[in-house]
Design a protein around this ligand. Structure first.
Ligand code: PMP
Length: 422
């Protein structure tokens, strides 16, 4: 028999078996600083049911500005995307009920693959069920005796892919191509090597230094793999991501990406040379052993991919709104990181302050994301604001006003605001 006591927060406190064996179930939820802050403050920003659309959301029966979702182009609720999802659902059913290799391939999967490859200008693309799986599939590329160099701020799924693979992992300082250069220079010059980076980093919204990474990767004969989850659809003249933004598309050896951010759906892809994609289709366990991207998601992604190309105003709009939001939040004294993307991180310090600030913002009518470790370093909590092309100027003003009021209410220390231009 296992003896389980409960502490005040309802968390199992200690489990002991009579034989003294440790218990695999003996895990404490409140080991995370953020969850301790949740227990202390009684405020939980997580798993809150809501319904979003048009730049707003209904949370706790109230209508608030949705400033915490990755639908940057505002396509997830577009009637044309919904109609395409409904059409595919009615035609093909709710599920493919199997993996791509067997019964899980619809004509729509092939169509989406051709369209993604044509959009990014790659030889081929493979569509998988989530962006996370697209990254996990990379594990099949990273073999024994090979080397993978990974940015310290890479997405968890890239980190997991590298851990799952057999190659040796070396982490370089975030965005530091000189550090990467030194590490590559010290590594076995004959071993196959890949540099793996997010194109746009999900928490701070900053971009990888692609020109410098490209030069380093070239100098050392390493392949460059870029996770374009956030930037494909958003950045560059035609929305083709950081490669296009920096004029270096041909330098990216392999892309991974998602349909869950700019493309209003759910699903993921890998895009690159035909041989590599062909190999991954038959070797990547994340592709082989999971049911395929479902019909409604395929219909939505196909429609959103078209709209993202036909309506470039969406990119312009959300990037312009982000520039304005950054400068207005800064003018009110908040600690906002520099950048050009619609992910606008506001540094708030420790976890308790972060959840209090999050609740105060919600009370003021704005839903944001509270972010703590492990997504960011301990004590470096963020309120992460994300914008959408469908936000109005009035939404933006509500976000700025809510921050000013919430910072006052929670006593968030503010820098001395720079003087406003006359
Ligand atoms: N890569 C990055 C950089 C991401 O931010 C995310 C999602 N947060 C993913 C991959 C995973 O994408 P998906 O949600 O489609 O699984």
């Amino acid at each position: 028999m296992v003896d389980v006591a409960r502490d005040g927060a309802g968390v199992p406190a200690a489990r002991r078996s009579p034989g003294g064996r440790a218990d695999v179930f003996d895990k404490r939820l409140d080991a995370s600083a953020m969850l301790r802050a949740v227990a202390e403050t009684g405020v939980s920003p997580f798993y809150r049911p809501m319904r979003a659309g048009g730049g707003e959301a209904r949370v706790d029966g109230r209508s608030v500005v949705m400033a915490g979702c990755n639908d940057y182009l505002g396509l997830a609720h577009d009637p044309r995307v919904i109609a395409a999802a409904t059409g595919a659902l009615e035609r093909y059913g709710a599920s493919c009920s199997g993996a791509r290799t067997l019964n899980g391939t619809l004509p729509l999967h092939g169509e989406l693959e051709s369209r993604i490859a044509a959009f990014l200008g790659t030889e081929d693309a493979a569509v998988v069920t989530t962006g996370l799986q697209a990254n996990l599939a990379l594990a099949a590329l990273f073999g024994p005796g090979e080397l993978v160099f990974s940015d310290a701020a890479n997405h968890a799924s890239l980190i997991d892919a590298i851990r799952l693979g057999a190659a040796r992992r070396t982490v370089y300082r975030h965005g530091d191509a000189a550090h990467l250069d030194g590490l590559l220079a010290a590594a076995d010059p004959h071993a196959a090597a890949a540099v793996v980076t997010d194109g746009m980093f999900s928490m701070d919204g900053d971009l990888c230094p692609l020109p410098a990474l490209t030069a380093v990767a070239r100098r050392h004969g390493a392949r460059l793999v870029v996770d374009g989850a956030h930037d494909i659809g958003l950045l560059g003249e035609g929305g083709r991501g950081v490669g296009e933004h920096f004029g270096l598309r041909e330098e990216i050896g392999l892309y991974t990406g998602t349909f869950s951010k700019c493309f209003g759906s759910t699903g993921g892809f890998l895009a690159g040379p035909a041989e590599v994609i062909g190999y991954l289709r038959y070797s990547a366990r994340a592709v082989l052993f999971s049911a395929s991207m479902p019909p409604a998601a395929l219909g939505a992604a196909l429609a959103a991919l078209d709209l993202a190309q036909q309506e470039p105003w969406r990119r312009d709009r959300v990037l312009r709104l982000a520039a304005r939001l950054r400068s207005e939040l800064r003018a009110s004294g908040l600690d906002v990181r520099d950048g050009v993307t619609p992910v606008v991180p506001v540094r708030v310090g420790d976890d308790a302050r972060c959840v209090r600030m999050w609740q105060a913002l919600l009370d003021e009518g704005v839903y944001t994301n509270a972010v703590g470790a492990p997504a960011v370093p301990e004590g470096g909590c963020l309120i992460r604001v994300t914008l959408q092309a469908t936000h109005t100027d009035a939404h933006l003003e509500r976000i700025v006003d809510a921050f000013a009021a919430a910072a006052r209410r929670t006593g968030l220390p503010r820098e001395t605001p720079p003087p406003r231009p006359a």
